[in-house]
Structures are given as structure tokens and as C-alpha cells.
Design a protein around this ligand. Structure first.
Ligand code: NAD
Ligand code: ZN
Ligand code: ZN
Length: 381
């Protein structure tokens, strides 16, 4: 089959690879029809995720058609259209039983931190991802859902990751009716968080980024007020001023370890690699939020300690919530929101590329060129 292949930092190619095979009775082989590129894939691309091996295939936002099924994948049949959550979960362990599918302890047993994830290095199990013609889906009868007949792939593709991630980010703020939420990052995750905040009763939503087209997108698609970091390099006083001096009730970090905006953090965390990335959006969130407020973190960070102002958070009495998102738990509810038009997954997709053009797709999404918010790869052309 043809598949994306990691060739080392900032370099991906499309190559021939062996077709995946059923390895376990609960596997299915999926013929991939769409696979999106996530902001998390950029951390892999930039060589920031440990044990990302040459030749591995990325891609954890996947929909497709079942080609082959293991003998114990109950309820999954050849020809079914499936959407596949990015976390691989067994359904039976302590965590899965409690809805914490992102904490599954069986799909990446060598780690006490992360569960199995498609195409996300050997630190999350070494599973190949779906930016390919075919992908092996473990526990195909547990995580994936059959796409309802009245919805098409574009409606549900982003329910496999960024929409639930944005939704859980907004939910974790615990916001009350009428409160103000600031969202750092206007990538797909931040945009989904901003839109979800309205759904959960926010009275004001303020989005922060440095990419003009994305700020305009946030105003149009998520009805957010915006703060442009090109004009306001330190957004903390701006957010205070916009909120009567106190700060927003909640801040969401939808940026993660590649945040820009602090020369020190960029030097230590991204150039010299003395710290695991740059936690500047998180630092701003902690400084900007009002005392007693909540900071909700879905931007990705590696496990080692980071330069985070924990003493500020402690003294301000903040609530910190964070997660790799439990996609499966949100699917039924978010499907209904999409069906009723309250959430819009397809509207985030700005670019589509044949799989063969994956290097250009990565470059466009990485550089945020041409107004790119979300890029999708199409293995069938
Ligand atoms: P993205 O790269 O498309 O967007 C990130 C945005 O942040 C960019 O528009 C960038 O200009 C902006 N930015 C950079 N520095 C900033 C700063 N200091 N303040 C405000 N904005 C800043 O990525 P995405 O797909 O939207 O993903 C966002 C983050 O969420 C990534 O870290 C990704 O790995 C993570 N993620 C987490 C989960 C989860 O389960 N927790 C799921 C999906 C993605
Ligand atoms: Zn992702
Ligand atoms: Zn489990």
C-alpha cells in the first residue's frame, strides 16, 4: 500500500509499505477514505516526540470502510463505514470501565502515562497511523463507531479528535452561564473549544493567536472576540483590561509545547532543548485568568517538568484541569450536536490533498499558509 512515512525531523514522504494484517481477533483492517493532519502531528514532524521511528506512519483522525475483520470483533462487518477515535482503548480495563478511554492500561502497557494512539511514536505503543491506504484498527469493536447513514464522512471526521478535544477543553473549565472564557490558540482545537464554550453557556469568548487568517476564522466561525499577538506581544494585560481588570473566568491552553511568544522559553525549550518545549501559552493562561478561576489544558506536553508558574497558580487558588481527551465518551453527544447543527465539524476543513501530496499538505498546515486551518489527506485521490 501507499503510506506516509516519517523520514526524520521536518521530512515526510509517501512510500510503499506492506499492507497491514489482522494480528489479533478483535482487529479490523480499514480502507482509509479520509485522514486529517492534527496539530499533534506537527510535534512528531518537528522531532519533538521521543521514539518517533523512521518509517512510521502518522495519522490518528481516521474514517474509512472495513475491509477485513478479526473473528472476535463483534458487531463490525466488512463494508461498515467507521470513524475511529485517536485513542486506542480495550473497553475492559479499570480506566475504560470508568469512561477514561484515554487512560486505557492495556493498549500501551509499557507506559504508566499514555495509552495507545494511532501513529504517535513508540511512546504510545508504536501503532501505525491512518495516513495511508489501509490501517490496522485494534479493538475495532470497542472504540470505533459506525457512521450513521444520514451523516457523511466530512460531518464526522473531526469527531475522532479535535472536536471532542475542544469540547472537553471547554467542559473542563466548569464555566457557569455568562462567564468569560479565553482560548489560547486558534488552530482546530482552539476553534472547537471556542465554539463549544458558547454551547456550554459562555457569555464571552476571547481567542488569542498570531495568525491573521485564523483570528478572522475565530471571529467568523466561533463568534469570538480576538487578541492578535502580533499587535499585543503580551496578551496578559490586554485580557485583564478586557475583563474589568480581573481576568477571564477561565483560560484554555490549546497550543501546547510549541508555543511562541517568549524568547527565553523558545531558546530553552525549542532551540537548546534544555526544557521539553515552550510552555508560554500555559504561563500566560495562569497569569491572565482571574483568581479562583480555571485553566483547562489540552495543548500537548511531554511528561518531563516544564517551566510552568505553579506558584502563581497556587497563590491565585486556581483549578487546573487537563487531559488527553476521552474521545469515545463524547461521540454520542457530539454526533447529536453535529446532526442538529449546533456544532460544525466539516466547516473547519479548509484544505484537501491526495495522499501522494502529503509532504505539501504538511508544509501548508505547518506554516499556516493559504489560510490553512485543517488539512485532510485523501488516500483514494
Ligand atoms: P495548530 O498547530 O494548528 O494550532 C496551534 C495554534 O496556536 C496556531 O495557530 C499558533 O499560531 C498558535 N499559537 C502559537 N503560540 C501561541 C501562543 N503563545 N498563544 C496563543 N496562540 C499561540 O494545532 P491544533 O491542531 O489546534 O492543536 C493544538 C494543540 O492541541 C496541540 O498541542 C495539539 O497537540 C493538541 N491536541 C491535544 C489533544 C488532546 O487530546 N489533549 C488532541 C488534539 C490536539
Ligand atoms: Zn490529534
Ligand atoms: Zn482499557
Amino acid at each position: 500500500m501507499r503510506a506516509l512515512s516519517y523520514r526524520g525531523p521536518s521530512h515526510v514522504a509517501v512510500e510503499d509499505k506492506p499492507d497491514p494484517r489482522i494480528e489479533h481477533p478483535q482487529d479490523a483492517i480499514l480502507k482509509v477514505t479520509c485522514a486529517a493532519i492534527c496539530g499533534s502531528d506537527l510535534h512528531l514532524l518537528h522531532g519533538l516526540v521521543p521514539d518517533t521511528r523512521i518509517g512510521s506512519t502518522f495519522g490518528h483522525e481516521i474514517v474509512g470502510i472495513v475491509e477485513e475483520v478479526g473473528e472476535h470483533a463483534a458487531g463490525v462487518e466488512r463494508g461498515d463505514r467507521l470513524m475511529v477515535p485517536f485513542n486506542i482503548s480495550c473497553g475492559g480495563c479499570y480506566y475504560c470501565q470508568r469512561g477514561l478511554t484515554a487512560c486505557c492500561e492495556n493498549t500501551n502497557p509499557s507506559s504508566d502515562v499514555a495509552c495507545g494512539v494511532f501513529g504517535y511514536s513508540h511512546t504510545t505503543g508504536g501503532y501505525d497511523g491512518g495516513q495511508a491506504e489501509y490501517v490496522r484498527v485494534p479493538f475495532a469493536d470497542v472504540g470505533p463507531m459506525i457512521i450513521p447513514e444520514d451523516l457523511d464522512e466530512d460531518d464526522v471526521l473531526l469527531l475522532t479528535d479535535v472536536l471532542p478535544t475542544g469540547y472537553q477543553a471547554a467542559e473542563m473549565t466548569g464555566l457557569r452561564e455568562g462567564q468569560t472564557v479565553a482560548v489560547f490558540g486558534c488552530g482546530p482545537v482552539g476553534l472547537a473549544a471556542a465554539r463549544s464554550a458558547w454551547l456550554l453557556g459562555a457569555g464571552r469568548v476571547i481567542a488569542i493567536d498570531r495568525v491573521g487568517a485564523r483570528l478572522r476564522f475565530a471571529e467568523r466561525w466561533a463568534a469570538a472576540e480576538t487578541v492578535d499577538l502580533r499587535a499585543e506581544p503580551d496578551p496578559v494585560p490586554v485580557l485583564k483590561e478586557l475583563t474589568g481588570g480581573r481576568g477571564p473566568d477561565a483560560c484554555i491552553d490549546a497550543v501546547g509545547l510549541e508555543a511562541s511568544g517568549s524568547a527565553l522559553q523558545t531558546l530553552l525549550g525549542r532551540k537548546l532543548k534544555l526544557a521539553p518545549g515552550s510552555a508560554v501559552a500555559l504561563s500566560w493562561a495562569i497569569h491572565a485568568v482571574r483568581k479562583g478561576g480555571t485553566v483547562s489544558i489540552v495543548g500537548v506536553y511531554g511528561p518531563p517538568a516544564n517551566l510552568v508558574p505553579i506558584g502563581v497558580a497556587m497563590n491565585k487558588g486556581l483549578t487546573l484541569r487537563m487531559a488527553q481527551v476521552n474521545v469515545k465518551r463524547y461521540l454520542p453527544k457530539l454526533l447529536e450536536h453535529v446532526r442538529q447543527g449546533r456544532l460544525d465539524a466539516r466547516g473547519l476543513v479548509t484544505h484537501r490533498f491526495p495522499l501522494e501530496h502529503a509532504p505539501r499538505a504538511y508544509e501548508t498546515f505547518d506554516r499556516k499558509e493559504d489560510g490553512c486551518v485543517k488539512a485532510v489527506l485523501l488516500p483514494r485521490g
